[in-house]
Design a binder for this molecule. Structure first.
Ligand code: PSU
Ligand code: MN
Length: 317
């Protein structure tokens, strides 16, 4: 069923294939670029970026990898542009950085926050990533809480992630999502996953078992929207398949090392997440990287199914 496209707001540029898919009401899934530029090591990052897009195309879903190139937020990239985000040293761009990049005509890789914000503005309702940012351990002293959380309070997008990394304060993250009125549903699970591990000690209030159920929630959120008030997104917590998760004992050992190293190095601000991720890849001898790729692919597949279910029954609005 085709739906009239909402024209893109000024300042955003969609690729031809994304513009056509949106105009026809065909399924589109947004993909972030910080995971490519800062979350995964070269050259596997380029392979991963192509792989995520390929998994979507195999399911007749149009990929919209999002990044800021030369000051312009881009919704969907060409092959050459995907290579740019994997190979250039781009800044990590959250929502607050978008105007600075625009003014300077500079490029940046968008975080979950910036990607969700831009996807929502473009009318894309489904977004796949690896892990959501969250509340950092010690946040009561450092105030280090990812803008991913507050942005999702006002960006109507379903973010399919494998929960948040166990380097974060998972309980604190779930509390903040509650405060911000962002719903969290477990995808075929009753417990919140912890990125490299399929589970965490935290149970969820809601579980869904099909893509259609997620599409129904998105449509109910759209129907409940009040003009002029922020519309929240939806966290779809999708655990890594248990056979592909990291060994929990090894996970706990490397995690403790990583936290101690970040503390000792005095890493602050937006460097914290990339530092921890790359430290953990090194210290695990690459094992954590394979798990990271497996969970991200799994999120992309589930996001594709949700986007297909949503498009089949008319856009969420
Ligand atoms: N979690 C991962 N891999 C990542 C990120 C998070 O497992 O690459 C990235 C995402 O782009 C997320 C960002 O939005 O880190 C969060 O960074 P910060 O904590 O600085 O908000
Ligand atoms: Mn931070």
């Amino acid at each position: 069923m085709s739906t009239a496209a909402v024209p893109l707001p000024p300042g955003l540029i969609a690729s031809d294939e994304v513009a056509a898919a949106l105009a026809d009401g065909r399924p589109v899934v947004a993909l972030e670029s910080t995971i490519i530029s800062h979350g995964l090591p070269r050259p596997r990052n380029l392979q991963a970026a192509r792989d995520f897009e390929g998994l979507l195309r195999d399911r007749s879903v149009t990929p919209a990898t999002i990044a800021v190139l030369d000051g312009v937020p881009r919704i969907g990239l060409t092959g050459g542009e995907v290579r740019r985000i994997a190979e250039e040293d781009l800044v990590k761009a959250s929502v607050r950085d978008l105007a600075v990049l625009a003014a300077r005509r500079a490029s940046g890789a968008t975080t979950v926050a910036a990607t969700a914000y831009l996807a929502a503005r473009a009318g894309i309702r489904v977004f796949a990533t690896g892990g959501l940012g969250g509340v950092h351990r010690g946040a009561s002293g450092t105030f280090d809480e990812s803008a991913d959380l507050s942005t999702l309070a006002a960006a109507p997008v379903a973010v399919v992630s494998a929960g948040v990394k166990s380097v974060l304060d998972i309980a604190g993250t779930l509390e903040r999502l509650e405060t911000l009125s962002v719903p969290v549903v477990g995808y075929r699970t009753d417990v919140f996953p912890s990125f490299w591990l399929a589970e965490s000690p935290f149970r969820l209030d809601w579980r869904v078992d099909s893509p259609q159920e997620v599409a129904d929630i998105l449509r109910a959120q759209a129907a409940a929207a009040v003009p002029g008030l922020p519309r929240p997104g939806l966290v779809v917590a999708n655990p890594v398949p248990i056979a592909e998760q990291w060994d929990p004992v090894e996970h706990d050992r490397v995690l403790a090392q990583a936290l101690a190293a970040a503390d000792e190095a005095g890493v602050r601000g937006k460097q914290v997440t990339p530092f921890l991720l790359s430290f953990i890849v090194q210290a695990s001898g690459g094992v954590s990287l394979e798990v990271n790729l497996a969970l991200a692919r799994n999120n992309v597949r589930v996001a594709a199914d949700i986007a297909v279910a949503l498009a089949a029954s008319g856009a969420a609005g």
